[in-house]
Design a protein around this ligand. Structure first.
Ligand SMILES: Cc1ncc(COP(=O)(O)O)c(C=O)c1O
Length: 386
């Protein structure tokens, strides 16, 4: 029986064949160090990297590709954005109660180490945050708002356009964690007033693991996380000021970035709106079927509210790890159980104690797979609960 892969929120799989081909081509045909030496192979590697920068800038509405900084993953990008920002003691950061640990832990670190104040704003289960609620939470010391665009637990989509407009009005830096939405929902940094956008390459953008990026508007200055060789300005003892070099010390992941470039091409050729529509159809269908199974509880927005293709659920009275193991070993279904690196979101929806199972769908999943899976859920429920 082929594996049903419902863990797309962790990393997308399978990747388009063009991604593996591009990675292999980078390794086999131009595996030199980009930007280190003027020979032909180094130039070939550098051009693939530059082209990928241009594609990402265009995809996310940033004018200057030099503001696209390649990272290892979204966590790296978020750390660069948060830890690199010039916070002083007493400054305030506003965030949401749905953040992943890759936002929450740096914030908690700054709270302890720098005396920065942090507030996690609550939204309702549909992701609704009112403008008034947001304005009330802002104080004169608020320097940054960090918000996830979409929850990796509940699929809830947050109103980043509204938050961006408030940030612009109040002169607050706006950082968006687009880990679950890059390649799935339209994002335009200019129109949405986003100052920094952090995202992985290995989820919705269909690239290999080990890729991600942070796009930093020109007006935002950060202290680099890493200092070192950039292949440029080597005579200077200080880190160069020019972008992207300032934030990209060390050899880049050329094969990964080449694969990411192919992943972006696939996303563009399918169309972001079509991708979301497909994922939403799968999700809505699955929710409607789950709703009919007594003894299965799921969480997140109301069934008819559009969400990302992520469904947290439990089979009442059973242990989530045990169910995940049954799915894996008996049914060959890959899905995840536990806290999904977001205890804050679990606290918010009331599932911190036991965690949940999480089924998440992607571009290549089908209605037929969901039908098969629903039958499995019914079987497991029957056998455990009667
Ligand atoms: C909302 C959110 N933020 C951040 C991350 C971290 O992404 P990465 O594993 O690429 O660092 C994830 C990964 O699941 C996520 O879902």
């Amino acid at each position: 029986m082929p594996i049903i892969y419902f863990d797309q929120a962790a990393s997308s799989f399978p990747k388009p064949p063009t991604v593996a081909n591009a990675v292999a081509k980078a390794i086999n045909e131009y595996g030199a160090n980009p930007g280190r030496g003027g020979h032909q192979l180094a130039n070939d590697a550098a051009s693939v990297i530059y082209e990928t920068r241009v594609k990402l800038a265009k995809l996310f509405g940033e004018k200057d590709p030099k503001n696209v900084i390649f990272c290892h993953n979204a966590t790296h990008a978020l750390n660069q954005a948060i830890m690199g920002f010039n916070f002083n003691k007493g400054d305030h950061i506003l965030s949401t109660s749905y953040e992943h640990n890759s936002v929450r832990r740096p914030l908690e670190y700054l709270k302890k180490q720098k005396g920065v104040k942090v507030t996690y704003l609550n939204s309702n289960h549909n992701g609704y945050i009112s403008r008034e609620q947001l304005l009330k939470a802002i104080s004169p010391g608020t320097k940054m708002i960090v918000a996830t665009h979409g929850s990796n637990l509940t699929g809830t989509i947050f109103p980043i356009e509204m938050i961006g407009s408030v940030c612009k009005e109040k002169g607050i830096t706006f950082l968006v964690d687009a880990s679950q939405t890059a390649g799935i929902l339209p994002i335009h940094m200019g129109e949405m007033n986003i100052d920094m956008l952090a995202f992985p390459g290995h989820k919705g953008l269909l690239g290999p693991q080990g890729t991600g990026a942070l796009i930093i508007k020109k007006s935002v200055e950060l202290t680099p996380l890493f200092f070192g060789g950039t292949g440029s300005h080597s005579e200077e003892k200080d880190q160069p000021n020019v972008r992207p070099d300032r934030y990209e010390s060390g050899t880049l992941n050329t094969p990964g970035i080449a694969g990411l470039s192919a992943g972006i091409d696939e996303v563009i050729s399918r169309g972001i709106d079509n991708i979301f529509q497909h994922e939403w159809e799968l999700t809505k269908y699955c929710l409607e079927r789950l709703q009919k199974i007594a003894g299965v509880t799921f969480f997140g927005p109301d069934v008819d509210i559009k969400r990302l293709a992520v469904i947290p659920f439990i089979i009442d009275g059973t242990d989530v790890q045990e169910i995940a193991m049954i799915f894996d070993q008996h049914y060959q279904v890959a899905l995840r159980a536990g806290l999904h690196c977001t205890p804050l979101a679990h606290e918010t929806i009331g599932t911190l104690e036991g965690g949940t199972l999480r089924a998440s769908f992607g571009l290549y999943n089908t209605i037929e797979e969901i039908d098969q899976w629903i039958t499995m859920v019914e079987e497991i429920k029957e056998s455990l609960m009667g």
